[in-house]
Design a protein around this ligand. Structure first.
Ligand code: 8IG
Length: 275
């Protein structure tokens, strides 16, 4: 049962980190998981040592929780996530984020690598998610609702907090990174979209396409946390650029963006923790 699983995982994290509470959680997307290397004094807890946590199998997702203190406030970094396309139930996909919220994280920053289709987007861009389209025809809230976690019909009118987006933009300005905004469309994957699907997403108002983040954002909002979403555009969506998509293009773009991503998060964290 989810509620019990969340609280067992929470207890294991408190035991392993020596911290009963964390205030902010950051989920790292593919290619971005080197971030905790620069967090001083971080305690690493492999997901395999946290009961119920799903252990990622995809390359570039290491599967560890890092706990650190920044300005005297505890932050949890979730390096590695699992995806529905791997065959995981959405209950498992969102257990990490639900546990973070139950552990005191009232702010959840979700990061990902994504395909871009906005008119002025280019690989390497960091984009704030302003809203989403759930095109996967499923949600982590399917099934009976546990009222201890949140309401049956949670509001989704401000999933990606305007306040947090403003803070992120300020952090970006401080370190010279311009952040645009865009709507993220969740496709199930693991195949990339066909060009017709990308045209469809564009007509529907999408600027980004990806295979993660949306279920986590829904679960975090269900539990009342505030959500920030940041996409790294690693490739243009299918049919927009003349070259076929490859996982290699994705990892190369992520490598090139690593330093910018790190400096953005470093500038952002104190702002998130000060709230
Ligand atoms: I990285 O072009 C990355 N993830 N659905 N489409 C989808 N997911 C992605 C893409 C993409 N690039």
């Amino acid at each position: 049962m989810t509620y019990q699983a969340i609280h067992q995982a929470k207890a294991a994290i408190a035991g392993a980190t020596g911290r009963d509470e964390h205030r902010v959680a950051i989920v790292l997307g593919s290619g971005l998981s080197s971030y905790p290397g620069g967090l001083s004094g971080a305690v690493e807890v492999p997901y395999s040592e946290i009961p119920g946590f799903p252990v990622p199998k995809v390359e570039g997702h290491s599967g560890s929780l890092f706990s650190a203190e920044v300005d005297g406030v505890a932050v949890m970094v979730l390096a590695g996530r699992v995806h529905a396309y791997e065959g995981w139930d959405l209950t498992d996909v969102v257990l990490t984020v639900r546990t973070a919220v139950a552990s005191g994280c009232s702010t959840i920053a979700l990061t990902n690598a994504a395909g871009g289709l906005g008119a002025d987007m280019a690989p390497g861009d960091l984009v704030l998610i302003s809203d989403h389209l759930n095109l996967a025809a499923r949600t982590p809230l399917m099934g009976p609702n546990d009222d201890r976690l949140g309401p049956r019909f949670p509001d989704m009118s401000d999933v990606y907090s305007k306040t947090l987006r403003d803070l992120a933009r300020q952090a970006g300005e401080e370190v010279g990174i311009a952040l645009t905004e865009g709507v993220y469309a969740w496709f199930l994957g693991p195949s990339y979209e066909s060009p017709a699907e990308v045209r469809m997403a564009k007509v529907m108002g999408a600027d980004l396409v990806g295979m993660s983040t949306v279920p986590e954002a829904i679960a975090a909002r269900h539990m009342g946390a505030e959500v920030l979403g940041i996409s790294l555009v690693t490739n243009m969506a299918a049919g927009i650029s003349p070259t076929p998509l490859s996982h290699e293009e994705v990892t190369t773009s992520a490598d090139e963006a690593r330093d910018r991503f790190t400096s953005l998060i470093d500038a952002l964290l104190p702002r998130l923790l000060a709230r």
